[in-house]
Design a protein around this ligand. Structure first.
Ligand SMILES: Cc1cc2nc3c(=O)[nH]c(=O)nc-3n(C[C@H](O)[C@H](O)[C@H](O)COP(=O)(O)OP(=O)(O)OC[C@H]3O[C@@H](n4cnc5c(N)ncnc54)[C@H](O)[C@@H]3O)c2cc1C
Length: 464
């Protein structure tokens, strides 16, 4: 006998693979549809890229995270778990490190004085950003290379002096395969940060950071029936021989049977975990190129600049940007009176720089800061840690959307739904959970309902 939920849909067992924000959002929405949901996360803690660690006496995100006023789906989740009204909204400033100087680029007047460019180049650069912010459809842009598009609208001068160093800092040589949709997505998000406020750039954070958000979210979902398995890497998913359902094996060798599996992990890892996918599905999953990141977190006695983000156009600097989190996160109430700076370097997923040792990356960061800021001293550093992730964001290559693997796979009950399906924005928590909600509703759930009419469940939930 199978239970039905209030909406009349049969109640079945689901495993969500991956305990990042995508996995949590999908779990939440399945529980909302009356389903029996377990999350398997390979790490000892939940949260994936949003998870936290200890730096000195401070617990904060391993990778920097801010929320925008326009992040409505994320704010809905925060409301649901009772944290939305605690968000601290802070006006931010942006800096540029160009020609050996630190420059403020926080408003139009500063932009129009930007020294590396002539007046014509500044106007063309400003015009490009404004034009990009007005484009509604990214589909045309994904057919053009980002270089071609930016050279056309900004001109060669602004491209060589500003865009090229920024693209190389963010994408390395992979910028050559990247489409113009990449720059459109970034511009759109930054415009949203301004539009939703009083034309000022406002960023927010929840006191306690993502550690607090994740703890509360998992607690609320657990009270609603979610089962959480941490330190449980999924190694394989195979169809049950004599009927519907999937046998899932974990790294320890043990197996469990589920009616359905939604995998939210990076696409190449999905291909490796399910051998029964077709060759076409596997090759589409494996063809997705990712950007990875090496990112240092540095706890400091003193701040180093007033800018949340300092973009870097000087090509000798081996960092993508300097992110001074404590210009947003209150140092006194959140960071024990200290300051928090992140030093990220984004690299393609096959780049050897992702394997650089912590000591080498630390030395590179500190010697770079000594050159960039003549007042910076190593004595200022209280703690320094290096985080890395191979699979952060799928690269927006030319014609990307036409090459995506299916979410509803050829293996009945196995769904491959991850952030690589984000098409209308850059990678962030709001886009990730919006995608999870939309694709679950439009693709996964209808397929599940259609199959459930004929399939018998593999697990008798009334006995479970
Ligand atoms: C440096 C950096 C800065 C960022 N800044 C911002 C920001 O300011 N604002 C913002 O909104 N977003 C930001 N983001 C993006 C945000 O972190 C992501 O959008 C979001 O965390 C993606 O969540 P996810 O669940 O899709 O992926 P992930 O967090 O990668 O989750 C996937 C999970 O799957 C697990 N897993 C992998 N393999 C297995 C397996 N075999 N079995 C079980 N589990 C497995 C992983 O351990 C991981 O927990 C930033 C990201 C980075 C890296």
């Amino acid at each position: 006998m199978t239970e039905s939920n209030a909406n009349g849909a049969p109640r079945r067992t689901w495993l969500v693979v991956g305990g990042g924000v995508m996995g949590l959002k999908i779990a939440r929405d399945l529980i909302g549809r009356g389903q029996d949901v377990t999350i398997a996360e390979s790490a000892p803690v939940m949260g994936g890229l949003t998870s936290a660690w200890q730096l000195g006496d401070v617990v904060w995100d391993r990778f920097y995270h801010v929320t925008l006023l326009s992040d409505s789906k994320l704010r809905d989740v925060l409301s649901e778990i009772g944290l939305e009204n605690e968000i601290d909204w802070v006006e931010t400033k942006t800096g540029f490190y160009a020609g050996g100087k630190l420059l403020s680029m926080s408003n139009t007047a500063e932009f129009l004085r930007f020294p590396p460019l002539s007046m014509i180049e500044r106007l063309r650069l400003g015009g490009t950003i404004f034009y990009a912010s007005k484009i509604k459809s990214w589909r045309r842009l994904e057919k053009l290379s980002v270089e071609k598009w930016l050279r056309r609208w900004s001109g060669n001068g602004a491209f060589e002096k500003v865009w090229l160093p920024l693209l190389k800092a963010k994408l390395g040589d992979a910028y050559k395969q990247t489409s113009a949709a990449f720059i459109w997505a970034h511009t759109a998000r930054m415009y949203k940060a301004r539009r939703s406020g009083a034309k000022k750039e406002m960023f927010g954070y929840v006191p306690g950071g993502y550690a607090r958000i994740l703890d509360r979210w998992v607690e609320v979902l657990t009270q609603k029936g979610l089962k959480v398995m941490t330190s449980s890497p999924v190694t394989s998913v195979v169809r049950v021989d004599d009927g519907p359902g999937l046998d899932v094996t974990f790294a320890g060798g043990e197996s469990q049977r589920f009616d359905n599996v939604v995998s939210t992990i990076a696409s190449p890892l999905i291909a490796r975990s399910c051998d029964e996918l077709t060759d076409t599905e596997k090759s589409k999953l494996e063809a997705i190129r990712y950007l990875g990141v090496v990112c240092a977190s540095m706890l400091l006695k003193e701040p180093i600049s007033p800018y949340y983000v300092t973009n870097i156009t000087d090509t000798w600097v081996p960092l993508t940007a300097v992110i001074e989190m404590s210009t947003i996160v209150n140092p006194d109430t959140q960071l024990g009176g200290n300051h928090l700076v992140y030093l990220p370097k984004y690299l393609p997923d096959d780049h050897e720089g992702l394997n650089e040792t912590d000591d080498d990356y630390k030395e590179k960061c500190l010697s770079t800061l000594e050159k960039m800021y003549d007042y910076f001293s190593r004595d200022n550093v209280l703690d320094f840690k290096v985080a890395r992730a191979k699979y952060v964001a799928a690269l927006a290559t030319i014609d990307y959307s036409t090459q995506l693997p299916p979410i509803v796979t050829s293996v009945p009950g196995f769904y491959a739904l991850n952030s690589a399906h984000i098409l209308e924005g850059n990678l962030n928590v709001n886009e990730t959970i919006t995608l999870g909600e939309t694709k679950l509703t439009d693709e996964v759930w209808p397929d599940f309902l259609a199959r459930a009419k004929t399939d018998q469940p593999v697990t008798d939930l009334q006995q479970a």
